[in-house]
Structure formats: structure tokens, C-alpha cells
Design a protein around this ligand. Sequence first.
Ligand SMILES: Cc1ncc(COP(=O)(O)O)c(C=O)c1O
Length: 400
Amino acid sequence: MDASQSPSFFAALPELAVQFGTPTYAYDWATLRERATTLRAAFPDAQVRYAIKANPNVNLLERLKSEFEFGFDAVSGGEVHRALYAGTPGPDIVLNGPGKLTADFALAHEVQATLVLDSHDEVHRAARHAPGARVLIRVNPELQVGTHDHLATGNGSAKFGVLLKDVPEVYLKARKVGLNVIGLHVHIGSSIDNPEDFTQAFAKIQNLASSVGPVEVLDIGGGFGLTLDLHALGQKATRLAQAFQAELWIEPGRYLVADAGILLTRIVGLKRTHRPFVICDASMTELLRPMLYGSRHAVLPLRERHAPPSVWDLAGSACEAGDVLARDITLHEPVEGDLLVIAQAGAYGASMASNYLTRLRPAEAVWDGVQWVQWRRRDILSDLLAAELAAAPAVGAHHD
Ligand SMILES: Cc1ncc(COP(=O)(O)O)c(C=O)c1O
């Protein structure tokens, strides 16, 4: 199926369905280890801050911390808590995001996380709520990159970062108000497969060298496409950091976990309108990427049938017209009850699962080479109803 995954992983998927039911997310630890090792080799001198948003399961975070000594990139107070729960020291956490809450600033301050400031306004908010904090200034390099619009964060129209012309002023302002400005941050988007996009971003960052003060840390974000030559990218990034005499930080998410995970689903029915549909028990509530980003995921049957091939759309079981997980997939006589593998689902899969339509978020398990280890149980209905049935007093209301 995918050469990077261990054959025993696939052989064990029927057992996964028996143990945990479907839909269930399954991860292959051998693939994850291979990705982490490749990353370390490509960026030997960099501090890795794994982007929690890609897959926030605390069991995963604990292993990334204990086996690879990764730090974490968080984009909410909740994600900071996940990193702390995984045993990460606060200083190994970076807090990103375009609209941090007051409580997020205070939490970052308390645990001594590094704040990535996203605007002029955030400089003032950080000075008020996290005085003296270590901060990076996020640069918007005003660059068009070859990815889906919803994944492009560094073009001039995106909501992220400070425009190039404003960086020197924001940098100086941050120092003036007493923040400990340790450097610059840039993240041009996700699923960037063209190395030229990074080259251009790095050139724009390098141009800032003469107009800002000392840069001790250069954080190049994540977004590394799965087909990128990571070694070449690592060399380029290292040269850039050396030009600043800065330490290099990276924030990969998808590169580490996408290939390591699949979504196992079961066919619940077949039907034809003007199109032929296989309908499965997963849906947009388990895997939103195809609807949100137009992402394509290979779909493979667990058991091959010796029958002529036919072409189908894989529809989810949610009551939404847009709930189509894949178009024009080839299957050999699909039958109700068959198991299907939706590939490359380890990143932004489980992390975006929702309870829309009162659907229960799926179980997650990791294959350690010998057995399945549960990383998350499937929701039960009382998980969903608990918050509604608890007569929360008004003092629980959240205001920023
Ligand atoms: C600031 C920041 N860093 C890192 C990442 C990780 O990106 P990816 O999962 O594509 O590597 C993201 C994702 O959008 C991000 O917003």
C-alpha cells in the first residue's frame, strides 16, 4: 500500500476492526519513527517543535517528547496544556496564532513558553499580559505558494504575520516595551511541495537582516510537503540560520504524522444516483480535509476481490451533500461490510474530528509492531451530553 508502512501494520488491520470497531484511526509507530529520524538527519542542528495541531493526541506527544526530545508548537492554551501534560518543559513550547486570548498570553508567561507575535497589536498585549516574555516576530513574506488557498499563510492577503515593510518597526517596538525579542518566525503554509517556495521565503527573510536587531533564533515553521527533498531543505535552512548566526527552529506537523496514519472504515451500503456511490461509516466528521482543502486520499480495500474493476465515489454517512471523501476510486466488486483504508490520514484527521450530527469521534490506536495500543477510546454519548446536562452557573462563562 505504502512502502513506508510496516507490512505487519496492514496485516493487523482486520484485528483492529474487531478490537475497536470502525471508523478508527490507526497509526504505525515504525513509520513515525522513520519520519522523525529522517527529520533529525535533515536538520541536525535544529530544535524541533512538533506542530500539535496536526495530531494532538497526548500519547503521541509523550512519545515524541520521550523518544526524540521534541518540543512543541501550540496554537491555543489548550495545546500548551497538552504539551505540559506530555512532560514538556514550558521553555520548549512555542505559542503561535493570530488571535491569542489574554489567558493564552498569561499561561505562556507563567510557563515561560516563547510567544510568536503576529501583529503590532499583539506586541502591546504581550507587554501587558506577559511582560518580559521571550518572543519571536512572525513575518508575512508576501509570497504566493503552490498550495490550496486555505493552506497558504504567507501571502500578503493572509491574516498571519507582519508585512515585510513593518517588521523592523514591530521588532523595535517589542524591544522598547520590554519584551525579550529573540528572533523571527516564518511559516508560509502547509503541504508545500515546491522547494522554490521555501527558497524565496528564505531570501525575503535574509533581506531583513540589516533592518532588525540581533536574531538569536530563526523559526522557519513547518509545511514540509511529503514529497520534498528534506535534506536539501535542511541545508538551505541551516545556511540561512548561519547567516544570522541564529539557532534554527522548525515546526513540522504533517510531514511527521500524515503517512503514519490511516482511517479504517467499513462499507455500509452501495447506491447509484447519476453517480455510483459506496457509502461508508466514516464521514466529514472523522476526516474533513477533502471538504476543507480538496485533499485527495487514496482509498484501498483491505481484501482484494478477483472481480472486474469499477469506479465509485466514496461518500460518507453524514447527512451533508458535500460529504464525499474521495471521487473516482477503483474497487473490485465492493460489498457491504468490507473494510476500506483511507490513506495518509495521520495529520489533520483525528485532530479535526467533530461531534457534528451527534456523531461519536473515533477511536485511535497505534501499532507497535506486535499489538494495537489504544490511544483514544471512541466517544460515548454521555461525553457529548455531559456539558449540556451540567447546569453550568453563569460564572463559568468565558470572556476575553
Ligand atoms: C505556525 C505553524 N507552524 C507549523 C505548522 C505545521 O504545518 P504542517 O503540518 O504543514 O507541517 C502550522 C500549520 O498550519 C502552523 O500554522
